[in-house]
Design a protein around this ligand. Structure first.
Ligand SMILES: [Zn+2]
Ligand SMILES: [Zn+2]
Length: 286
């Protein structure tokens, strides 16, 4: 199995876009790329906007090669309603567009479905479902909270299995919930991509105790599995101090290698959003 993180915070954009190639299937998960409209009360820097354009090209290239496209929820860093080529002729497996969903994502899902239903090869809802394509099995979790309340809606986690197992959690914000821990432990993946706790929102959207719970949950997963490659990125990599948290987790089990998506590929981490003040030369934009 080939696992290729395509666009992530560690590469300079908001995304968890991932290409997976099994023995007999090519799959693209969450073909969306965005930048934060407002970080440190500053709009995106031109460096970030240029990176978003470049990353979107990579997403289009790899999604174009794929047979199956998965959409785990309807935030714009996970799907893209403006690039119909991402879905044309593909088998689409997506988060249920009307059940276990908040109002804004329900509207976005309806818009996306209107665009892709005429051009996709097939469109099927994924929540709690299992799909077999040749020798590849794709298993979806039940709807999982996007954080610790229904306010941000729900996502579906994805397990892809051929002779190896890969698990993609989507936006579970940590994870903050035991349900996510149970899904991961039940499937015992060799490789995982987790969005990581949103430590940059401590004191605004989340309490310190929420974030502490998320790290405890990650430690539970590490302890109860034999995961070899544990990729943490997305929300955690919006924090300039993300490495301190990874160092702490790395001591739990030396056999579990914890890294960002860029590091997994042997590339240098190149976060941009967390460095926005620096990109603007320390000036505060009003
Ligand atoms: Zn999200
Ligand atoms: Zn996201």
């Amino acid at each position: 199995m080939k696992i290729l993180p395509v666009a992530f915070e560690s590469m300079g954009v908001r995304s968890m876009a991932t290409y997976v190639e099994t023995n007999d299937l090519r799959i693209f998960i969450d073909p969306g790329v965005s930048v934060s409209p407002d970080r440190y009360s500053m709009p995106p820097h031109t460096v970030e906007l240029d990176r978003r354009r470049d990353m979107l090209e990579s997403v289009k290239e790899w999604a174009g090669l794929s047979d199956v496209v998965i959409i785990t929820h309807y935030h714009y860093d996970h799907h893209n309603p403006d690039e119909i080529c991402l879905y044309k002729g593909k088998d689409i497996l997506l988060k249920h567009p009307r059940e276990h969903i908040n109002q804004s994502q329900k509207q976005r899902a309806a818009t996306l479905l209107g665009l892709i239903e005429p051009c996709a090869r097939s469109v099927r809802t994924a929540d709690s479902q299992e799909f077999i394509f040749g020798n590849t099995r794709i298993v979806f979790s039940p709807p999982l909270l996007h954080g610790n309340s229904p306010a941000l809606g729900y996502v579906v986690g994805v397990l892809i299995e051929d002779d190896q197992k890969f698990l993609y959690t989507s936006d579970v914000q940590g994870p903050m919930n035991q349900e996510v821990v149970d899904f991961v432990i039940a499937h015992q993946p060799a490789t995982i991509i987790l969005d990581g706790p949103p430590t940059y929102q401590i004191g605004s959207h989340y309490k310190k105790s929420d974030i502490n719970q998320a790290f405890e949950n990650i430690k539970k997963i590490i302890s109860a599995t034999s995961i070899k490659s544990f990729i943490i990125d997305h929300h955690l990599l919006r924090d300039l101090n993300w490495q301190d948290y990874v160092s702490d987790l790395s001591s739990v089990k030396p056999a579990t290698k914890i890294c960002s998506a860029a590091e997994y590929l042997g590339k240098k981490v190149d976060i941009l959003e967390a460095r926005r003040k620096e990109l603007y030369g320390g000036q505060v934009c009003v």
